[in-house]
Design a protein around this ligand. Structure first.
Ligand SMILES: [Zn+2]
Length: 254
């Protein structure tokens, strides 16, 4: 096989030392690929996705060390981080800063040390937290279940979606409740009817807008309003979470 070069650092890579990306570029495993989280799918990524993700991890790790890690040890209940997940990267939610951090811990066997690689997100950008269960048959022929919380963040470059491994459906439900509460989304039985009606109204407005677009009678203001109604109904109110995160991240913006 012909030798290739890492598209980021230029190092020469071969079959084993190189990772091929979706766009045909190669990156070196030793330095550049090691800067990405394991959750980041390089086989499906373009070079631009990889470089955006590496920047995301560099910034996220810095924010984690400077801002969030000190809060992890905080005695103040308001500032404490909520840990989520099991046996892989863990998610830490920081309600006081409006941020969440996906933390991958790597242990260095020879020096008995560890390092953390982190992606930090605005809680306000969390648009999906769904339950997923995977059933596999193990070597003894028994069915084994793995539970996940599938999370996705809007307007995020790099790693914008991942599956957080959780201990079971119960942990997933506690995570969903945590974010539902932050966003003021009511999913209790008593509110279900009300909520369903609100959602139905929102969908009706959205539907009429789509119809108006097809008829060529679409009013831009009406369209924007429809999207907002739909957002508020499905995603709750994010205003204070945007403000908190922006204040926390202000020192990190150039
Ligand atoms: Zn490289």
């Amino acid at each position: 096989m012909a030798k290739n070069n890492c598209a980021i650092c230029g190092a020469e890579v071969g079959l084993i030392s190189g990772q091929k990306l979706a766009d045909g570029n190669y990156i070196c495993r030793k330095v550049c690929s090691a800067k990405t989280l394991k959750e980041f799918n390089k086989v499906e990524a373009y070079l631009g996705d990889v470089t955006a993700h590496i920047e995301q991890v560099e910034m996220g790790t810095r924010i984690w060390n400077e801002l969030l890690l000190p809060l992890k040890k905080s005695k103040n209940k308001e500032e404490k981080l909520k840990m989520m997940g099991i046996g892989g990267p863990l998610l830490y939610a920081s309600a006081s800063t409006g941020l969440v951090a996906l933390v991958e811990t790597r242990y260095k066997f020879l020096v008995f040390g560890k390092s953390e690689h982190v992606c930090v997100y605005r809680i306000a950008d969390l648009i999906q937290y769904d339950y997923e269960v995977e059933t596999k048959t193990n070597s003894e022929g028994k069915q084994e279940q793995t539970h996940f919380c599938v999370m996705a963040f809007k307007e995020t470059a790099g790693l914008y979606t991942f599956r957080l491994k959780v201990s079971g459906k119960k942990e997933y439900e506690s995570i969903a409740k945590y974010f539902d509460t932050l966003f003021g989304i009511q999913k209790t039985l008593g509110n279900a009817v009300n909520n369903a009606k609100r959602q139905l109204d929102a969908f009706k407005t959205a539907f009429n807008t789509v119809k108006a677009a097809a008829d060529g009678t679409l009013d831009e203001t009406q369209a924007a309003a429809a999207v907002e109604t739909l957002d508020a109904s499905v995603y709750g109110d994010r205003t204070q979470w945007i403000a908190k995160a922006d204040a926390a991240l202000a020192p990190y913006k150039q």
